[in-house]
Write a protein that binds this ligand. Structure first.
Ligand code: B3K
Ligand code: ZN
Length: 864
């Protein structure tokens, strides 16, 4: 890409309020695949006295006409991606007519066709692909929308309440919608299609009746009850826990097959990726059920945290996303297992977010510089953002946190605000000074905490010396405010009350200095310390804990999360020891025996036991090394898994056979299936008749969780059963693309010499489609993220496969291309051969003539 074509970054520091406001907009859509006509009538008001030009955003639009206060207007300039209207009166009505072509819009941003239905995606800056507008979140307008379409599009939907509908000439009909709540353009939505509808209702705590409607492709109604139940649970939970009630009289969700992400919180009309809505026991796994519940909740919770109070500018994205992820995590934890939800959240942090933070796209949760906003819907903004909210919750406690939320809404309902405004509300409502805490919003990277323990037997004093180190490239002289939760265990495994000099000490330590010492007295023996309990801050802790201490924590810590965390530490140090010293490539007996006890005793939550028995992910292990030893990590983890499988085969079989799956969706049944699936995972590694019989029978189960657990086990174990079972699955499910995505993902995990060719062949499969993000992610995303041995082949053919795909996607769907690029971002962390091969693919992309801004930003950063 030549310097002249280099896309320009926008900076947070340059923010300026808009020179004009748009108070109201009246939109009319005359829908047609290649020439949809959009008429926009905007009530425009000058906001800055000396403003002369109204610069509206617009991309890929054909301008037809402009009128001001009803008269044709010609004093304008049509620039690249902008329409600048000059010399407008201070208060006027601007009418713009333009055309767009939804059918050729493969970016899935703006107005496009998904299958046979028209739908929109406007966040972050897709509205400008629909009509000329001030497409920024701090311009809040009321919207009236008229949709005109052929009668075959039986449902014509937009935000708010339906005012009218009726027949027109030529087989056309119309519907008129009005959204009484002012909103930014990114929350606009339109859908036109022929759907089946699941209808229901919800009575709010103040007694209002809300109409609920779930629109899906014809024939999919039997797969909708779970999403509807999830919506009702979300509405109830938000009333109970956050005292927040729904505001419109109708809430609609539409499921579409072509969608770039999970779902979108458009006011009153959520649009969802069908994979985040449709489920029944035969086609969806327990994990899918959980994901659907949490995404339905997430989008619903945005109605207050995002829609009623929105972002001033896109740098503030975490204001709504970090907070709403925190809320959806709490929803899942209140309804299900808090420990398992915490484990899932921390896995995301350690597997994806730490690696983003350590790479060229590292950014603070409030980024300061952006080229393509879609590139910043990241694990940092979302998941680290949620951790930052969680830390405030830990520091304030539930009651004060809720007072902070109430003050936030009292101050800012109906406004577009900043992260500073949110923290100010928390600070003011609680009286807790969050000035230093705010640094979390501007510091990129993962802080490291070096903790030293000391026990003075004579004094009976135990102390922790905590040093915080800023991440690389960040100033080291501005320490963060870190809530550091601990538990001290005595030799019997009892929790020791924390005190010093006669005063109780809270279990959440306030780490605010670069180096700080915390002491506890009255201890007659050296306690075992559980550090960063429940992952109370998104940090890396470096400590010298012995294997004996970790085993003690696994047995006795009050936090199930911390028990799992200690188990992970045990595995991690065993992997590292085996890599450093290949002669020592066995898990020691103490670890094997601890795993054996877990399987035999099966005390507590079975789903937690299954987590305790899993080795850490490749990415979690990779984070431990400066240069990632790919082959060694793969070899050692395979060896450990085989050892566990062989040594505990009897226990796995007994456990599998004694657990009864009642086939229900209760938490207990889900936990039973999780542990049974884990048993299959290990049993598949030992190729014996009995094991194979269990696997084949599970693969034929009518329950997708069980069937998929068996299939995934045989594929990952490279079992001779894999080919036959995969082929059966294909014939059984070819009619259901969402289920076929599971099959594509399994295919992507295969090993062997033909693995790459196999994927290329699957591009020709009748269900595969490069323009559908779900298919692409299922096949190539699974391959590049999880098939470590094949993706990182030393001959570079795995990288070549991804490079070829990115060249293709760059032209079809830049947003999806940019997401798929992620595995290349950490190219510098691999050995010379691999990093050179990955770099070559990045350079190849950099030279593309039509390189999208989305890819440019990441490729450019990666190569800097
Ligand atoms: N707000 C949307 C994400 C929009 C992504 C734009 N590239 C979904 C969500 O976070 O709820
Ligand atoms: Zn969100």
């Amino acid at each position: 890409m030549t310097a002249s074509k280099k896309p320009q970054a926008q900076y947070l520091k340059d923010y300026q309020a808009p020179p004009y406001f748009i108070d109201h907009v009246d939109l009319t859509f005359d829908l047609a695949p290649l020439n949809t006509r959009v008429t926009s009538v905007m009530t425009v008001k000058k906001a800055v006295a000396d403003a002369t030009d109204l610069a509206l955003d617009g991309i890929d639009l054909t301008l037809i006409s402009i009128a001001v206060d009803g008269s044709v207007y010609s004093d304008y300039t049509l620039a690249d991606e902008q329409l600048i209207i000059h010399n407008l009166p201070a208060h006027c009505q601007v009418t713009i007519v333009n055309e767009i072509a939804p059918k050729t819009n493969t970016s899935l941003e703006g107005l496009y066709l998904s299958g046979g239905a028209y739908c929109t995606q406007c966040e972050a800056q897709g509205f400008r692909k629909i009509t000329y507008y001030l497409d920024r979140p701090d311009v809040l307008a009321s919207f009236d929308v008229t949709i005109i379409a052929d009668e075959q599009f039986t449902h014509l939907l937009s935000n708010g309440n339906k005012l009218a509908q009726g027949k027109l000439d030529n087989g056309r009909h119309f519907a008129k919608w009005q959204d009484p709540f002012k909103k930014p353009s990114y929350l606009f939505a339109l859908v036109a299609g022929d759907f089946d509808v699941l209808e229901d209702s919800f009575v709010t705590k103040s007694g209002r009746n809300i109409e609920l409607a779930l629109f899906v492709d014809k024939g999919n109604l039997p797969k909708t009850p779970h999403a509807m139940a999830s919506l009702k649970k979300s509405m109830q939970w938000d009333e109970q826990r956050f005292d927040l009630e729904y505001d419109l009289d109708i809430y609609m969700i539409v499921a579409v097959d072509f969608f770039n992400m999970g779902a979108m919180e458009n006011k009153g009309l959520n649009i969802f990726n069908s994979k985040c809505v449709l489920a029944n026991q035969e086609t969806a796994t327990d994990k899918d059920y959980h994901t659907i519940e949490s995404i339905v909740g997430h989008e619903y919770f945005h109605n207050w945290t995002g829609n009623r109070v929105t972002c001033r500018d896109w740098f503030q994205l975490s204001l709504k996303e970090g907070l709403t992820v925190f809320r959806d995590q709490e929803f899942s934890s209140d309804l299900g297992s808090r420990a398992l939800n915490r484990i899932d959240a921390v896995k995301v942090m350690r597997t994806h977010q730490f690696s983003e933070d350590a790479g060229p796209m590292a950014h603070p949760i409030r980024p300061e510089q952006v080229i393509e906003m879609n590139n910043f819907y990241t694990v940092t903004v979302y998941d680290k953002g949620a951790e930052v909210i969680r830390m405030m919750h830990t520091l304030l406690g539930e009651e004060k946190f809720q007072q902070g939320m109430a003050l936030y809404f009292q101050r800012h309902d109906g406004q577009a605000v900043t992260c500073d405004d949110f923290v100010a509300a928390m600070n003011d409502a609680s009286g807790i000074d969050l000035t230093q805490f705010k640094r979390w919003y501007s510091q990129a990277g993962t802080p490291r905490l070096i903790v030293e323990q000391n026990y003075d037997a004579q004094q009976g004093v135990f102390s922790l010396n905590i040093e915080q180190h800023a991440p690389v490239n960040q100033p080291d002289n501005v320490p963060l405010h870190i809530p550091f939760a601990i538990e001290l265990l005595d030799a019997q495994g009892r929790s020791v009350p924390l005190s010093f000099a006669g005063n109780r000490v809270d279990h959440v330590l306030n780490v605010t200095n670069k180096q700080q010492r915390f002491s506890f007295d009255g201890l007659t023996e050296r306690p075992v310390a559980v550090l960063l309990e429940d992952f109370s801050a998104p940090c890396i802790v470096k400590q010298q804990t012995t294997e004996a201490d970790l085993l003690h924590i696994i047995r006795f810590a009050r936090s199930d999360f911390s028990r799992w965390d200690a188990q992970q530490q045990l595995f991690i140090s065993a992997v590292k020891t085996a890599i450093e010293n290949p002669a020592n490539n066995q898990l020691d007996d103490k670890i094997i025996n601890a795993l054996r006890s877990l399987l035999i005793e099966r005390e507590g939550d079975l789903a937690l036991i299954s987590e305790l028995l899993k080795l850490p992910s490749f990415d979690t292990l990779a984070a431990e090394f400066a240069v990632i030893p790919v082959d060694e990590i793969v070899a050692v983890t395979q060896q450990f898994e085989l050892q566990i499988a062989e040594q505990l085969q009897g226990e796995f079989t007994a456990c599998y056979q004694s657990l009864i799956d009642d086939g229900s969706v209760s938490a207990d049944a889900v936990a039973v299936r999780a542990l049974k699936g884990l048993c299959l995972h290990y049993l598949a590694k030992v190729d014996e008749l009995d094991n194979n019989q269990l696997l084949v029978s599970a693969a034929n189960s009518h329950n997708m969780t069980n069937a998929l657990a068996a299939l995934s086990a045989v594929v990952k174990a490279d079992s001779p059963l894999a080919i036959e079972l995969l082929s059966q699955f294909d014939s059984q499910w070819r009619h259901d693309v969402l289920v076929m995505d599971k099959w594509f993902a399994l295919q992507a995990m295969q090993g062997g010499e033909n693995a790459i060719d196999n994927i290329k062949k699957l591009y020709e499969h009748p269900c595969f489609d490069f323009s559908n993000p779900n298919r692409v992610r299922a096949l190539v995303g699974s391959f590049s993220h999880f098939n470590t041995a094949q993706f990182h082949r030393k001959d570079g053919s795995g990288y070549q496969l991804l490079g070829d795909l990115l060249v293709k996607l760059n032209a079809i769907n830049p947003q999806n291309a940019s997401r798929m690029l992620t595995p290349f971002m950490s190219w510098r962390r691999y050995d010379e051969v691999r990093s050179a091969a990955m770099k070559a693919q990045l350079q190849r992309l950099a030279e593309l003539d039509n390189l999208s801004d989305d890819l440019f930003e990441k490729v450019d950063k990666a190569l800097q």
